[in-house]
Design a binder for this molecule. Structure first.
Ligand code: PEP
Length: 252
C-alpha cells in the first residue's frame, strides 16, 4: 500500500530549486492517486515559505524540531513555531540526526512530546544498524527505540504519529531491505503497537519504509499489507522521480 509517500531533501536544494520542485509537484498532484498523501521535508529555512504558499495538497514536514519549548536555546526552533508557519509534521529520530548530531533516545522522546503537545504531526523514525541486523537483533533494537520514543504517549495521541522504519544500512547506500525483510519488520512494528497501545491504534497507524527506495523497487517494497508507504531521501530530489514512486511507475 502507499497511504503516505514522504520525501526528505536533507541538506539539498537552493530556495529556487525548492520553489521549482513545489511548482512541478503541485502541477502533477492532479494526476497522483487520490488516496495517497504526499509529504515533503525541505530544509528548515524554506519551511515558512513553502508551507505558506500554494501547496496543492502537499503536506509539509520539518526535518527536525527542538526538544525544548521557547527560551534561550540558540539555533533551535520549536514545535509551536513550526505549527505557526503552517508546517504539518516533523521528522523525529532520523538516523542521521542520531548518528551525526548526538540525538539520544531521551531527546527523541522529548521531541515527540513537544510535537504532540503542539499538535504537530510526528514522523517517528526508527531503524537498526548493520551490526544489529547481522546479529539478528533488529526487533529488539526497534522495540527499545519505540518504547523509549513513545513513553507516556496516550492512545488518542497516536493519531498524530506516523512511524518510519528505516534500516540504517539501507539509507543512502543503494542497498534496500528486501520486500520480505520490510514486511517482517513492519509486521513486527504493528504487533508492537498493538501490544503497547491497542489493536485499533496498530491498525490505524501508518508505518512507512525508508532506505534507498526508488521507482524500480517501490511497488515491491510497498506490496506488504503492513507497509503503508515510504520515506524517500535521494529519490525525492527530482519531482519526476518522486512522482513515479507515488504512481508505482517503475519505468526510468
Ligand atoms: C532517508 O533519509 O530517510 C532515506 C530513506 O534516504 P534514502 O532514500 O536516500 O536512502
Amino acid at each position: 500500500m502507499r497511504n503516505i509517500v514522504a520525501g526528505n531533501w536533507k541538506s539539498n536544494k537552493s530556495i529556487s530549486e525548492a520553489r521549482e520542485w513545489m511548482l512541478e509537484m503541485g502541477k502533477a498532484m492532479v494526476n497522483m492517486p487520490q488516496d495517497v498523501k504526499v509529504m515533503i521535508a525541505p530544509p528548515a529555512p524554506y519551511l515558512s515559505e513553502l508551507a505558506g504558499g500554494k501547496r496543492n495538497g502537499i503536506l509539509i514536514a520539518s526535518q527536525n524540531v527542538s526538544s525544548f519549548s521557547e527560551g534561550a536555546y540558540t539555533g533551535e526552533f520549536t514545535a509551536e513555531m513550526l505549527v505557526s508557519c503552517g508546517v504539518d509534521f516533523a521528522l523525529v529520530g532520523h538516523s542521521e540526526r542520531r548518528a551525526d548530531f548526538g540525538e539520544t533516545d531521551e531527546m527523541v522522546a522529548k521531541k515527540v512530546r513537544r510535537c504532540l503537545d503542539s499538535n504537530l504531526g510526528v514522523v517517528l523514525c526508527c531503524g537498526e544498524n548493520l551490526f544489529s541486523r547481522d546479529e539478528g537483533n533488529q526487533e529488539s533494537v526497534i522495540k527499545a527505540q519505540l518504547m523509549s520514543a513513545l513513553e507516556g504517549v496516550g492512545l488518542e495521541e497516536m493519531t498524530g504519529v506516523v512511524v518510519a522504519y528505516e534500516p540504517i544500512w539501507a539509507i543512502g547506500t543503494g542497498r534496500t531491505a528486501s520486500a520480505q525483510q520490510a514486511a517482517e519488520m513492519h509486521f513486527y512494528i504493528r504487533s508492537f503497537l498493538s501490544e503497547r497501545f491497542s489493536g485499533d491504534v496498530a491498525a490505524e497507524t501508518s508505518i512507512l519504509y525508508g532506505g534507498s527506495c526508488k521507482p524500480s523497487n517501490a511497488k515491491e517494497l510497498f506490496s506488504s499489507p503492513d507497509v503503508d508507504g515510504g520515506l524517500i531521501g535521494g529519490a525525492s530530489l527530482e519531482s519526476s522521480v518522486f512522482q513515479k514512486i507515488i504512481e508505482f511507475d517503475s519505468s526510468l
